[in-house]
Design a protein around this ligand. Structure first.
Ligand code: G3P
Length: 219
């Protein structure tokens, strides 16, 4: 399972890139707003800076609600950076836009997916990747991870090539379970990435090895 960072924070992306395990980035209007990035020109500039840091797909979301607007935005975003994945919501208008943009060979991240049926429609329309939102389903008392499991199983059963990206990840157990479910990608907040590396017994072990080494004479 590949790991993408779910952030528009350049410092987090820089640090994630240094770690050598991040192969893509996902953004959305809320994440951009959190970084004070307002307006299309500033979003484009930020996305171009991100693309300078990460040599992989960068997801950029449209804000239009109608298919014509999404198509126009998607074609524009496709020119911003070398490896754009245009984020289109799992709506009726979104599916219309996906089918048009996919025929243009523009890569699509079908976002805000909350059901298997939306994942079926997206795959038929031509989504490159579908993003089931785990945390937001958990928040309303539904099992978010079951959706990932169901989409992965169904795509495999039918030989569908659309990738599955676990999104709306809130903690490290989501990462473990998404990998076990067979997700192709997990897009995770920077804090979760840092937690994935940590274990108290690793820290205690490093400290103990050094103490023993010093006791025996050190370097
Ligand atoms: O990738 C989608 C993600 O940004 C949504 O996460 O935490 O806002 O549900 P969250």
């Amino acid at each position: 399972m590949k790991l993408f960072l779910d952030t528009a924070n350049l410092e987090e992306i820089r640090e994630g890139a240094e770690l050598g395990v991040v192969t893509g980035v996902t953004t959305n209007p809320s994440l951009a707003a959190k970084e004070g990035i307002g307006g299309r020109d500033r979003y484009r500039a930020a996305v171009q800076e991100i693309a300078d840091l990460i040599d992989g797909p960068i997801s950029v979301e449209v804000v239009s609600l109608d298919a014509a607007g999404m198509i126009a935005e998607g074609r524009d975003i496709a020119e911003w950076i070398p490896n754009p994945w245009v984020k289109i919501p799992s709506t009726t208008e979104g599916f219309k836009a996906i089918s048009v943009l996919a025929r243009d060979d523009i890569k699509i991240n079908q976002t805000l997916c909350f059901s298997v049926n939306q994942a079926i429609l997206g795959a038929q329309a031509g989504s490159t990747v579908v993003s089931p939102f785990i945390g937001r389903l958990d928040d309303i008392g539904q099992a978010g991870m079951s959706l990932v499991e169901d989409i992965v199983a169904l795509y495999r059963q039918h030989g569908i090539s659309t990738l599955v990206m676990a999104a709306s990840i809130r903690h490290t157990l989501h990462c473990t379970l998404a990998a076990r479910a067979g997700a192709d990608i997990a897009t995770i907040p920077y804090g979760v990435l840092k937690q994935m590396a940590q274990h108290p017994l690793t820290d205690a072990g490093v400290s103990r090895f050094l103490q023993d080494w010093e006791k025996a004479g050190g370097a």
